[in-house]
Design a protein around this ligand. Structure first.
Ligand code: TPP
Length: 650
């Protein structure tokens, strides 16, 4: 494999000739692939091509072992330059040219319009601009924590610099002194709608400098010598501040290499038609195999199998669960904090943490302070920068750490839904533990009431969704999360809750209890109906049940759905045997457990009366008990609904 050492003083003529030949093969692939697909982004790909070639030439990498732990990471943040990335990957033995040209943008192919990590050599799926720097920052933090000397590079667009998440990432990288992080900005001064200065003026270099980064400016981002020089400067540590991250801002030309494409915003996202492609290839003195590929593309699907990178996950000792007795009344978030502290005590040694905690200026509220005090090198205060933190923590979670990110539900899910979605797509292993869910936020009012988390997270195929009912269950779910790879959400409210007991008065979520995803908790049995619930409403449901049994001889079952995804549909069917299901939840009534139960019943063709209770509108400020009463999901509301449903005339 062609490899350039950054220890050598300068590029040799041989190396420059080789790079130039590579460039010619790559520009040919960019033109051919986009014209064959009749879509794609040739302009930006050509703009970044010299940068990509020099980067891949000097990365620490093993193409035959793409997941090699000691590799440098390269996050290409503008996923739309996929033709450029794939072209270069062909040069370094990651993929085959024929596969790329025949499959680019075809259904089922790994070679999507925006880069995906199922192509070996691609580190992170991108396409939603503005997130690559955060992902790279996460990788850089993880490598630093692991004591590894490798670097993380991220190539970004200049239009992309307009995204606010980049400012968040810059500040974080500076605060945590990520000297192993290098940003490269393809400064072609164009974006989809024209000149970057017209679309949205910005001073890219000043923005990085203001955040404290080292800034290197290249007047010609197509000059291999200059790019090599900048990378070498960083490698040699010849910087104003070696502990700080560095950005290379490289002046480039959109469509570089083909006269009629150069500096034309149009070619950001428009391919050449076959005649134009023929003209471009002729101008470059390259052959034109379009017809041949066109025929083969229609007739043959090679389909490179998607590469599935193995993602490491640490071995975590979960210790012994803490049991909160019946006399204890505490909040689930304190139980979370205590369990996390336990995990830190059992698994983290100074300088070598395995369990990491991140929060966004809400450390005390989400009860991470005990963990922070115990493991100061494993806790990261990210400031009010949730978009960055979501992507950052996702990236760290793929680097052999158990990562807990905590904030209020409204900031960890609703605010950053798309970042969580990209984490899902990137198959991260993040544990999102959110407090202050639903109306249980204290008296903060509408803006803080996260009543949509189930509906939102249900869209994310890989996220498990758990909700804790009491401190004992919280403790056990947290320990479960720590040992299981994959993305998971654990939600809880703010209030103090009594521990849940069984019909005999014994603690329900202690002793032999084990948290099992996809298994609902039958807290009470009953034949006249079944209340399906979760979180803080479980206590109210139990109270409603006791009243109905005592005062009206109506015995209904109470089933707690701590696992929303996977969902225990068998328990829903069993509940349906009673003839009446009431779902009661501190969640938007149309997108929570009630809707999931309705769908499950319909899917199974099971007919049962279903009454859905939940939050029907934005609620005001108030104590949760008062808000629950108004929403009809307190004990009174639930009991009344059941009585009415079971009244003889009904
Ligand atoms: C968050 C987000 N908003 C909008 C888009 C649509 N989009 C794709 S590329 C692009 C322009 C990017 O400009 P630049 O970063 O300069 O890349 P270049 O044009 O140089 O390839 C836009 C707006 C997107 N992909 N992501």
């Amino acid at each position: 494999m062609f490899q350039i050492s950054l220890d050598q003083p300068s590029l040799t003529q041989d190396q420059k000739d080789t790079l130039q030949q590579m460039w010619r093969r790559c520009i040919r692939r960019i033109i051919l692939s986009t014209t064959l697909a009749a879509s794609g982004h040739p302009g930006g790909s050509m703009s970044s091509l010299h940068l990509l070639l020099m980067l891949y030439s000097s990365l620490r990498q093993r193409p035959d072992e793409p997941g090699w732990a000691e590799r440098d990471r390269l996050v290409v943040s503008m996923g739309h330059i996929s033709p450029g990335v794939y072209s270069v990957l062909c040069e370094f033995g990651y993929i085959e040219e024929d596969n790329m040209l025949l499959e680019f943008r075809q259904a089922e192919s790994a070679f999507s319009g925006h880069i995906e990590h199922c192509v070996p050599g691609v580190e992170w799926n991108t396409g939603n601009l503005g997130q690559g720097l955060s992902a790279a920052t996460g990788m850089a933090l993880a490598l630093k924590l692991s004591g590894r000397a490798n670097r993380v590079f991220t190539l970004m667009g200049d239009g992309e610099q307009q995204k606010g998440q980049l400012s968040e990432a810059r500040r974080f990288a500076m605060k945590y002194q990520l000297g192993n992080l290098v940003g490269i900005v393809d400064r072609n001064h164009l974006q989809i709608c024209g000149a970057t200065d017209r679309v949205m003026p910005q001073n890219v270099r000043a923005d990085y400098a203001a955040a404290g980064w080292n800034v290197i400016y290249l007047e010609d981002g197509h000059d291999f010598d200059a790019i090599f020089g900048a990378l070498r400067t960083i490698h040699q540590g010849d910087l104003d501040d070696r502990q700080s991250p560095t950005v290379i801002v490289a002046r480039t030309i959109m469509g570089k290499g083909v006269s009629f494409m150069e500096d034309q915003a149009k070619y950001h996202g428009s391919p050449l038609n076959p005649e134009q492609a023929a003209r471009a290839l002729a101008e470059l003195g390259l052959d034109n195999p379009l017809d041949d590929y066109q025929k083969r593309r229609g007739a043959l699907h090679l389909f490179q199998p998607g590469y599935c990178p193995a993602v490491p996950y640490p071995k975590i000792d979960t210790g012994i669960p803490i049991t909160y007795d019946r006399a204890t009344v505490t909040d689930n978030r304190s139980a979370y904090g205590a369990a996390l502290e336990d995990l830190g005590r059992l698994n983290n040694v100074v300088g070598q943490p395995k369990v990491l905690g991140f929060s966004c200026d809400l450390e005390g509220s989400v009860k991470m302070n005990g963990f922070h005090q115990l493991c100061p090198d494993a806790f990261f205060e990210c400031g009010i920068q949730e978009h960055h933190t979501t992507t950052l923590t996702g990236a760290v979670s793929k680097e052999n750490f158990a990562v807990f990110f905590s904030t209020f539900g409204v900031f960890g899910v609703s605010e950053v839904y798309n970042q969580q979605r990209l984490n899902d797509i990137n198959q991260t292993q993040l544990k999102v533990v959110c407090t202050h869910l639903g109306l249980d936020v204290g008296e903060d009012g509408q803006t803080h009431q996260c009543i949509d988390y189930i509906g939102l997270l249900e869209n994310l195929f890989g996220f498990q969704i758990f909700i804790a009912a009491d401190p004992n269950q919280t403790d056990r779910i947290v320990r479960y999360l720590a040992t299981h790879p994959g993305n998971a959400f654990l939600g809880m409210g703010r209030s103090k809750l009594a521990t849940i007991t069984d019909a005999n008065g014994q603690l329900f979520f202690a002793g032999d209890y084990r948290f099992v995803p996809g298994q609902a908790d039958w807290v009470r049995q009953g034949k006249r109906g079944a209340i399906l619930t979760h979180g803080p409403i479980l206590g109210y449901a139990l109270e409603a049940r006791e009243r109905l049994a005592r005062d009206h001889q109506l015995e209904v079952a109470v089933v707690n759905f701590s696992s929303i995804k996977p969902l225990d549909t068998a328990s829903i069917m069993k509940a349906a045997e009673t003839g009446l299901i009431i779902t009661a939840e501190d969640h938007h009534v149309n997108t929570g457990l009630g809707s999931l139960a309705a769908t499950a019943l319909m899917d199974a063709g099971v007919s049962c009366r279903l009454i859905r209770l939940g939050v029907g509108h934005y609620s005001g400020s108030g104590k949760p008990a008062d808000l629950y009463q108004r929403a009809g999901i307190d004990a009174d509301g639930i009991a009344k609904t059941i009585r009415a449903a079971l009244a003889p005339s009904n």
